[in-house]
Design a protein around this ligand. Structure first.
Ligand SMILES: Nc1ncnc2c1ncn2[C@@H]1O[C@H](COP(=O)(O)OP(=O)(O)OP(=O)(O)O)[C@@H](O)[C@H]1O
Ligand SMILES: O=c1ccn([C@@H]2O[C@H](COP(=O)(O)O)[C@@H](O)[C@H]2O)c(=O)[nH]1
Length: 241
């Protein structure tokens, strides 16, 4: 697969991936391994910002299914992403990568509030900005937050690092015969209701012409491969079938 050349990218880091081989929570070794991959991408010349998910700790929909009010459950989910952001900040700073965490829900004794111009400045200074608390609004997900921040930061592409190696014609975890696309259009993802990312995130990227690269970040080296356009991944973009 050949990927167009990108300079500034947003990495959407799955919360679920941060639990490593565990079934819940944060695995420090996985955070360190992902941090090394981010550091390598920086060394290769990319400007990076990161949106972290929260699926390893709490998802609003799952909370609502157990009886929590949906909006409260979503706020719990957003707080979970702040924990993941701090874990990633810690792992990155251990290996000498300068970072800032900015939260969409202000919590001034923990991290900076989200301020777009300040985030851009951090990136220009070579810092990795980690965006926490999603969009700050319930009824969204961190995929939509990733698309929104990618547009606000002027990113050339959104790399979704998750536990599948691309976009399939059906959920590969439920259908072993599902076929992976190497490239497809935003409109195909929406028309076929492919669930790898939520529709609002896909539409936002389509309307702002920000390609999405979906790749598996569970294995070492895959971020570097995806950034080079090597390895196994799917690119979702305008002007594709
Ligand atoms: N057509 C499809 N192609 C690929 N994956 C799909 C498809 N439909 C559903 N999926 C599922 O989407 C999941 C990835 O998206 P999801 O948003 O759930 O994860 P994430 O972003 O990695 O998680 P987190 O919420 O922890 O940040 C995969 O685990 C896969 O099972
Ligand atoms: O803008 C947002 C982003 C997230 N949430 C809630 O947080 C959890 C965790 O995020 P994932 O994207 O699932 O990893 C999500 O399930 C929502 O409950 C939100 O409300 N608004």
């Amino acid at each position: 697969m050949t990927t167009p050349s990108f300079n500034r990218i947003l990495l959407k880091l799955s919360g679920e991936v941060l639990m490593g081989e565990g079934e819940f929570g944060i695995d420090p070794a996985t955070c360190e391994r992902v941090a090394r991959e981010i550091a390598a991408a920086k060394d290769a010349g990319f400007e990076l910002c990161v949106v972290v998910g929260g699926g390893n700790i709490f998802r609003g929909l799952a909370g609502a299914a157990k009886g929590f009010d949906r909006a409260s459950a979503d706020y719990m989910g957003m707080l979970a992403t702040v924990m993941n952001a701090l874990a990633m900040q810690n792992a990155l700073e251990h290996i000498g990568v300068d970072t800032r965490v900015q939260s969409a829900i202000p919590m001034s004794s923990v991290c900076e509030p989200y301020i777009r111009r300040r985030a851009v400045r951090h990136m220009e200074k070579g810092r990795v900005v980690i965006f926490a608390a999603g969009t700050g609004n319930p009824f969204f997900t961190t995929d939509t937050a990733a698309a929104l921040r990618a547009a606000e930061m002027g990113c050339d592409a959104l790399f979704k690092g998750t536990s599948v190696d691309g976009v399939y014609d059906a959920d590969p975890k439920k259908n072993p015969d599902a076929k992976r696309y190497s490239a497809l259009s935003f409109n195909r993802v929406l028309a076929d209701d492919l669930k790898v990312m939520d529709a609002s995130a896909v539409a936002l990227c389509r309307d702002n012409n920000i390609p999405i690269v979906v790749f598996n970040i569970r294995s070492e080296g895959n971020l570097a491969d995806a950034l080079r356009g090597d390895g196994t991944s799917t690119i979702v973009r305008n002007n594709a079938d």
